[in-house]
Design a protein around this ligand. Structure first.
Ligand code: FAD
Length: 399
């Protein structure tokens, strides 16, 4: 079957895909196609605030049509694979698309079913997750209804998007319960798979103090092994000793385990170096070492930095420049330095801003202010400034 062809095919019309599409159109690439099955585009960073009752989930969604750059061909299908030898992308309807350059940006896959009992429990019985638009509002309901007892805040093992998000909701819940006189009657436990609080050690120290300030116990090298929703019981596994502990809970928030989408994980572009199947690309040029007309960015790319929208803001110009270079037959010279940022909301009106690169060197956007201290102006940036930057700057290829 002969494939329809486009000059540049972008798989995924989320944060990364739209940012790159907008930049390529601004650079006058005539024939850009975006493969995106969803009618809705989400600004996911606000889901943390939805879970804490600080904004409405409807504010995080816009019609996909409204963010699709002018002149782009929107293909409302799901990609089901990539054949980099044939330079084609098979689609859910059985057809396929040919490309000259391919940009992979389908995000990652949430694996709620990887923890026994979690899939059935999430959204009920005090089991919450801010990682889906339909679930984040339930987090706030459960926080408000919590009764004295134990609250668990779980970070799963492996790379996840916005690794700080499972901590942020712990601080927001603790702040809410403190303001409503409940915190003293609750036991808060943060469950972390790692030995450290945060990948960047300076901010790790700051977060240790913030957790202690709320009386949160932090269990390192520990994972959620099982959830029994109806009986509100969880099993924790200490991976250092192999010991298991069963705990009753009132409230449990978890990020689900995450991986590349199955069709990427089992395909030729998956990085064999790790178990999660993210796409293998050069960490600086974001180009495949095996197929030079293939690029990947955002959550699906296997990069040694945190998976965030902030990282994508720095990756998108690099991918756009290197796609343009590939189209001219020139070498890929634009480089991404691993910049990422994590706005850690520490209370209903406070935030600190962690920014760093591949070398974990702090990379402050506001060097004159101390963003290691939770601040009200930083909270305002998160609540109001960054969404504006996203919808009007980043998605239009301007920021
Ligand atoms: P996405 O934005 O998820 O987009 C992927 C797109 O691909 C989707 O539109 C999807 O429909 C589409 N797609 C999926 N499968 C296919 C397929 N087979 N074919 C075609 N299209 C497909 N980042 C920050 O910078 N700061 C924060 O404070 C922050 N907080 C967060 C809090 C939470 C609770 C969450 C969940 C995320 C947070 N993030 C934050 C992370 C940020 O939202 C993501 O890193 C970013 O959205 C990833 O962009 P992406 O384009 O790679 O994936």
């Amino acid at each position: 079957m002969s494939a329809r062809r486009h000059e540049v095919v972008i798989v995924g019309g989320g944060t990364a895909g739209i940012s790159v599409a907008a930049r390529l159109r601004r650079a006058r690439v005539a024939d850009v196609a975006v493969v995106e099955p969803s009618d809705v585009h989400y600004y996911q960073p606000l889901w943390t605030l939805v879970g804490a009752g600080l904004t409405d989930v409807r504010k995080t969604a816009r019609p996909e049509a409204s963010v699709m750059p002018k002149g782009v061909t929107w293909i409302r299908q799901r990609a089901t694979g990539v054949d980099p030898e044939a330079r084609t992308v098979p689609l859910g309807d059985g057809t396929s698309l040919g490309y000259e350059q391919l940009v992979l940006a389908p995000g990652l896959q949430l694996n709620f079913d990887a923890i026994p009992g979690l899939q059935a429990a999430v959204g009920h019985d005090g089991v919450a997750s801010n990682y889906r638009a339909d679930l984040a509002p339930r987090t706030w309901e459960f926080i408000q209804r919590a009764e004295p007892g134990t609250a668990l805040f779980v970070t799963p093992p492996g790379p996840i998007k916005c690794a700080g998000a499972p901590q942020k909701i712990a601080y927001l819940a603790a702040d809410h319960w403190r303001r409503h006189g409940l915190l003293d009657r609750m036991r808060l436990i943060m469950v972390m798979p790692t030995a450290a609080m945060f990948s960047q050690p300076d901010w790790g120290e700051v977060l240790k103090r913030i957790a202690a300030g709320y009386g949160i116990e932090v269990r390192h090298n520990t994972e959620l092994a099982e959830v029994d929703g109806p009986n509100r019981r969880a099993v924790l596994l200490d991976t250092a000793t192999g010991t298991k502990e069963e705990l009753d809970f009132q409230f449990l928030h978890t990020a689900p385990p995450q991986s590349a989408p199955d069709w990427i994980r089992t395909g030729p572009l998956a990085d064999p170096a790790g178990p999660y199947g993210y796409v293998k690309v050069d960490q600086y040029t974001l180009r495949s070492p095996d197929w030079p007309d293939v690029f990947a960015l955002g959550d699906v790319a296997n990069l040694p930095t945190s998976k965030t929208g902030a990282a994508i803001r720095k990756q998108a110009p690099v991918v756009a420049a290197n796609v343009l270079a590939a189209r001219r037959g020139a070498p890929a010279t634009a480089r991404y330095d691993g910049y990422t940022s994590c706005p850690v909301v520490t209370a209903h009106n406070r935030m600190l801003l962690a920014e760093f690169d591949y070398t974990l060197t702090p990379r402050p956007s506001f060097p004159v202010i101390d963003t290691m201290r939770p601040r009200y102006d930083m909270y305002l940036l998160k609540r109001y400034g960054l969404p504006q930057l996203y919808w009007h700057g980043m998605l239009r290829g301007r920021a």
